[in-house]
Design a protein. Structure first.
Lengths: 98, 174
């Protein structure tokens, strides 16, 4: 899947959990979630779905739907689906940032 | 996709326009101006990109027709304001939240998924031309007791957009 080439890795403190943030460039809550993860200083990955083109955007969107059938943003996937956080939920994000 | 820049002036203009428009109809923008203006900027970005102001927190399907329900203000704003006091992206808040400056939390997505939306549309096309039973309308019809304004919604608006009367001045008409 070529959309995966666009996933950005943010370097930080190594943690047990793998955190993947799917967001939109225009969504204020996605921005807040990203800022929050940056502040926590942990290692995580993110993908801004609306900045992808055509087929990549569709593929990424389908991927998000696998974890979040509402297809809403931000969608934060922990350990490839072990846990999914929908929306900017500070408490839940703090819990998995370990 | 190229980066789109929106000037501060354009953002201020939209923010002011929506604030004034809202005041006239009983709608309030988020009391946190920074958030409200970020969302206004995002709406303008989406307008440049897609041609219409798609909700900043939802992904455009690429066509106006498919995005119709989530063009700002979206179809889900009013029920969300009534239930949660804030709309999905956070641009609009209820009068109470605006006055009390209560912190808001993200809310669940009310928009049905694509398959359900298509099914709903099909159902609508089948039923719209059928003879109507006034006692079995899909929405109740509400009337403002102050000015007589009539609307068909699941619940009365928070504020009458015509005369400003409050939610509890509405009565079901049929």
């Amino acid at each position: 899947m070529s959309y995966q080439e666009h996933i950005e890795v943010v370097p930080g403190k190594a943690i047990k959990n793998k955190i993947m943030l799917y967001g939109l460039s225009t969504c204020v809550w996605c921005g807040k979630a990203k800022d929050f993860l940056d502040e926590l200083g942990i290692n995580y990955s993110h993908l801004t779905v609306d900045l992808l083109d055509g087929a990549d955007a569709d593929a990424a969107f389908e991927e998000v739907a696998k974890y979040n059938p509402d297809q809403s943003f931000p969608t934060i996937v922990i350990n490839d689906g072990e846990k999914v956080i929908i929306g900017f939920n500070e408490e839940e994000i703090k819990k998995v940032a370990i | 996709m190229e980066k789109i820049e929106i000037s501060q002036n354009e953002t201020e203009d939209l923010f002011n326009k929506l604030t004034m428009q809202g005041q006239g109809h009983g709608y309030f923008l988020n009391y946190d101006e920074k958030i409200a203006k970020s969302l206004c900027e995002a709406l303008l970005k989406n307008e440049k990109r897609y041609g219409h102001q798609v909700c900043p927190c939802r992904l455009s399907a690429g066509s106006r027709e498919a995005d119709l329900d989530v063009i700002c203000p979206c179809d889900y704003r009013d029920p969300d304001l009534l239930q949660y006091g804030v709309c999905y992206c956070g641009l609009y808040v209820s009068k109470k939240i605006f006055t009390e400056k209560t912190p808001t939390k993200p809310i669940p997505e009310r928009r049905p998924n694509k398959e359900t939306r298509l099914l709903n549309k099909q159902k609508y096309m089948e039923e719209i031309n059928q003879p109507k039973d006034i006692n079995k309308l899909p929405y109740p019809v509400m009337r403002c007791s102050v000015c007589g304004y009539i609307c068909a919604r699941t619940d009365a608006p928070e504020v009458c957009p015509i005369c400003g009367a409050s939610h509890d001045r509405f009565q079901r008409f049929f």
